[in-house]
Design a protein around this ligand. Structure first.
Ligand code: TYD
Length: 218
């Protein structure tokens, strides 16, 4: 179920190193320059409890975390995020841009960890009371390119990022399957395109959805 509230809900998805945060920032800036109110947020995280859960599940050093526990931590973070941040912003008529949402769990925990995509979707639909994005922008990245991009700086890889390329290939395929199943709800773009070309194509698609939103001017 997509939200019935006046706002517009857009999720950015894709493998690690796809450039989601750059594109989320580009889109936020473009929409704000039109006088629209945008809430930019991310998962795991987005709330104080969500940020704590983020470090629990991503940082090394908490010992072994089994796949079910991992999936439930991401879902717990998402429950807080959807209920305390996303839904209220949509009810205020804002445009919500989230860096990752349910599809990340379906791809990483469902396909990557092998928990099953249907089971992971179900717990997340329960956790969010069925709150779905109007549009998901999928930045499709080759796992090898993604790894090169994210290790280009000094940043250390987190628990998920440091998994083998084969894990990341399963995730890539799972994201593409999700988009194939509901093409009207997705914009799939190759992550290797120039930043400005990607941002122009994303803005064009989002502008076509603006009549859906009662987005309030600042
Ligand atoms: P992200 O914040 O995109 O990484 P970064 O801070 O490096 O930009 O995501 C952190 C990691 O968590 C990423 O490897 C994907 C993973 N993840 C899941 O496995 N399941 C989920 O439900 C979410 C939201 C993220």
């Amino acid at each position: 179920m997509t939200t019935q509230s006046p706002g517009l809900f857009i999720a950015f998805e894709g493998g690690d190193g796809a450039g989601k945060s750059t594109q989320t920032a580009e889109l936020a800036e473009a929409l704000e320059s039109q006088g629209l109110t945008v809430l930019r947020t991310r998962e795991p995280g987005g709330t104080p409890i969500g940020e704590k859960l983020r470090s629990l599940v991503l940082d090394h050093g908490h010992g072994h975390i089994d796949a079910h526990t991992e999936a439930l931590i991401f879902a717990a973070s998402r429950a807080a995020h959807a209920g305390q941040v996303i839904r209220p912003a949509l009810e205020r008529g804002e445009i919500v841009l989230t860096d990752r949402y349910i599809d990340s769990s379906v791809a990483y925990q469902g396909a990557g960890r092998g928990l099953g995509t249907d089971a992971v979707r179900e717990i997340n639909e329960w956790a969010t009371s069925g709150l779905q994005p109007h549009l998901t922008v999928l930045l499709d990245v080759d796992p090898e390119v993604g790894r090169r991009r994210r290790t280009a700086g000094d940043a250390a890889e987190d628990r998920l990022e440091s998994e083998a390329d084969e894990f990341h290939s399963r995730i890539r395929a799972a994201f593409l399957n999700l988009a194939d199943a509901h093409p009207e709800k997705y914009l799939v773009l190759p992550a290797h395109l120039p930043v400005k070309e990607l941002s122009a194509r994303i803005l064009e698609r989002v502008e076509s959805l603006l009549p859906l939103s009662g987005s309030v001017a600042r």
